[in-house]
Design a protein around this ligand. Sequence first.
Ligand code: SF4
Length: 60
Amino acid sequence: MRIQADLEWCEGHSSCVSALLDLSEDGTVLVLQSEVTPERSDEAADAVPSCPVAALRLIG
Ligand code: SF4
C-alpha cells in the first residue's frame, strides 16, 4: 500500500503531518515515506480522512 498526495489540491493545512508526511518549505505536503509499512498503516489510515481538501489517498 502506498500513500499519495495531490499537490494541486494541498492547501497546507498540516493536519496530516505524521511519521509519513510533513510540510515542505513551500507549505505543501511532503511525503516522507510513500510505502506504507504495516507499522505505519494506522497513521496512514488516519491521515487520509484528516485532510480537509481530500489531497491524500491510499493506493494498492
Ligand atoms: S492535510 Fe491535506 S491540505 Fe493539509 S498539508 Fe496535508 S495534504 Fe495538504
